[in-house]
Design a protein around this ligand. Structure first.
Ligand SMILES: Nc1ncnc2c1ncn2[C@@H]1O[C@H](COP(=O)(O)OP(=O)(O)OP(=O)(O)O)[C@@H](O)[C@H]1O
Ligand SMILES: [Mg+2]
Length: 219
C-alpha cells in the first residue's frame, strides 16, 4: 500500500484547470520534491492530497483510504491524525507561545502526555530556549522550525510542505531542508515538499516537475 496514491486527479477552478490528470504514487517513508513554475498547480495538488480541497474528478487514496468517500467529520479527524502541514507563511497563531503553537494539534486530537511530547520535540531540535516566545519575537528560520515541530507533534504519517524556505536566507533554507530530510530518515514520515528553491535539490533527491497542471517525473 502507498502512503499517497492519486489517480487522474483533476481540479478545475471556474474554467481554470489547476491540476490535470495527475497520477502519483508515493511510497511509505518517501521524500519527494515537486518543482515547477508559478501557477503550474503545485499548491493545488498539495491541497488535494491534504484533503483541504475537493477534486473535480479523479481519486486520492491515503494509506489505501479513498478520501472522497469520507464525510467532512471523518476527513478532519483523518487529517488531524495522519497529516502535518507546513505552509509558506508559517500559519503560526500570533497570540500563542512557541510551546502552545506546537501543542495545539495535540489538544485538538485530545492527546494525553502533551507536555512530554512537546518538550521532547523542543529538545530534539534544540528549540527549548524559545518555548515561551511568541511568533513575532522569532526570526523567519525559527518560525519555520516551529511550524515543522507543530506539523510533527501529532506523529503524522505524512508531511506536506509548501515552499517551506520561501522567506528564508540561504543558511536557513539549508537548515529547513536538512531538518525535513532528517525527519524523513529518523521518523520514517513520508514527506512531499513543493519548492522551486534550488537548495532543496541538495537535500531531496527524488523530484517531479509540474507544468500547466500536469506532473512528470524528473527535475
Ligand atoms: N481558489 C482558487 N480559485 C481560482 N483559481 C485558483 C485558485 N487557486 C489556484 N487557482 C489557479 O490555479 C492555478 C494553479 O495555482 P497554484 O496555486 O496551484 O499554483 P502554484 O504552482 O502553487 O504557484 P506558485 O508557485 O505561485 O505558488 C493558477 O492559475 C491559479 O490562478
Ligand atoms: Mg503555490
Amino acid at each position: 500500500m502507498h502512503a499517497v496514491e492519486t489517480v487522474d486527479l483533476t481540479k478545475i477552478y471556474n474554467g481554470v484547470c489547476a491540476v490535470l490528470n495527475v497520477s502519483l504514487a508515493v511510497d511509505k517513508g518517501a521524500l519527494l520534491l515537486i518543482d515547477g513554475r508559478s501557477g503550474s498547480g503545485k499548491t493545488t495538488l498539495l491541497k488535494l492530497i491534504g484533503c483541504l480541497e475537493k477534486a473535480t474528478s479523479g481519486t486520492c487514496y491515503i494509506f489505501g483510504k479513498d478520501v472522497h468517500a469520507m464525510t467532512e467529520n471523518e476527513l478532519s479527524d483523518f487529517r488531524l491524525n495522519t497529516m502535518g502541514f507546513i505552509f509558506q507563511d508559517y500559519n503560526l497563531l500570533p497570540t500563542l507561545t512557541v510551546y502552545d503553537n506546537i501543542e495545539l494539534p495535540l489538544l485538538l486530537a485530545r492527546e494525553r502526555d502533551r507536555k512530554k511530547r512537546v518538550e521532547e520535540l523542543l529538545e530534539a531540535f534544540d528549540m527549548t530556549r524559545l518555548k515561551e516566545k511568541r511568533p513575532d519575537e522569532l526570526s523567519g528560520g525559527e518560525k519555520q522550525r516551529v511550524a515543522i515541530l507543530r506539523a510533527l507533534s501529532n506523529n503524522p504519517d505524512i508531511i506536506l510542505a509548501d515552499e517551506p524556505s520561501s522567506n528564508l536566507d540561504i543558511e536557513n533554507s539549508h537548515r529547513i531542508f536538512e531538518t525535513l530530510a532528517e525527519v524523513n530518515k529518523e521518523f520514517g514520515v513520508s514527506i512531499i515538499v513543493v519548492s522551486h528553491d534550488p537548495i532543496s535539490r541538495t537535500h531531496i533527491k527524488t523530484a517531479y516537475t509540474m507544468s500547466e497542471g500536469m506532473l512528470r517525473k524528473g527535475g
